[in-house]
Design a protein around this ligand. Structure first.
Ligand SMILES: [Zn+2]
Length: 123
């Protein structure tokens, strides 16, 4: 993963780590955290997007080092904020979703069988 310190532009290997150069702490505020996610390859799910974004990230890093402002896309910031808010209940939700995915086909099959049995009994 590539992550950029949003304060000094140094490249980090993990998103949440404290910057070794300027001691910036991404987890201190939600705003900092969201901008830190924004400026990391963790923003994307697919490996292809991540690879592409890494190049973009390096240009962001360059801008930060030159003290130039970064134009954070407000729509994307909002998406990351919602995603972040959801992570609190994430584990529970994904477990339910997983169970649903695993058992739903079997449940449908069972219902179909019951329907067939009922239909046959009415003949
Ligand atoms: Zn830094």
């Amino acid at each position: 993963m590539v992550a950029i310190c949003i304060q000094c532009g140094v490249e980090k290997t993990t998103l949440y780590e404290k910057c070794r150069k300027c001691a910036f702490e991404p987890r201190k505020t939600q705003e900092n955290l969201i901008k830190s996610v924004y400026l990391s390859s963790a923003r994307f799910d697919s490996e292809v997007d991540k690879k592409e974004y890494e190049l973009e990230l390096r240009s962001y890093a360059e801008r930060i080092r030159k003290r130039l402002p970064i134009a954070f896309d407000p729509v994307e910031v909002e998406r990351l904020r919602i995603q972040h808010a959801e992570t609190d209940g994430f584990n529970e939700k994904s477990t339910v979703r997983y169970l649903f995915k695993v058992f739903l086909p079997g449940l449908i099959l069972l219902l179909e069988l019951i329907c067939v049995v009922i239909a046959l009994n009415q003949l």
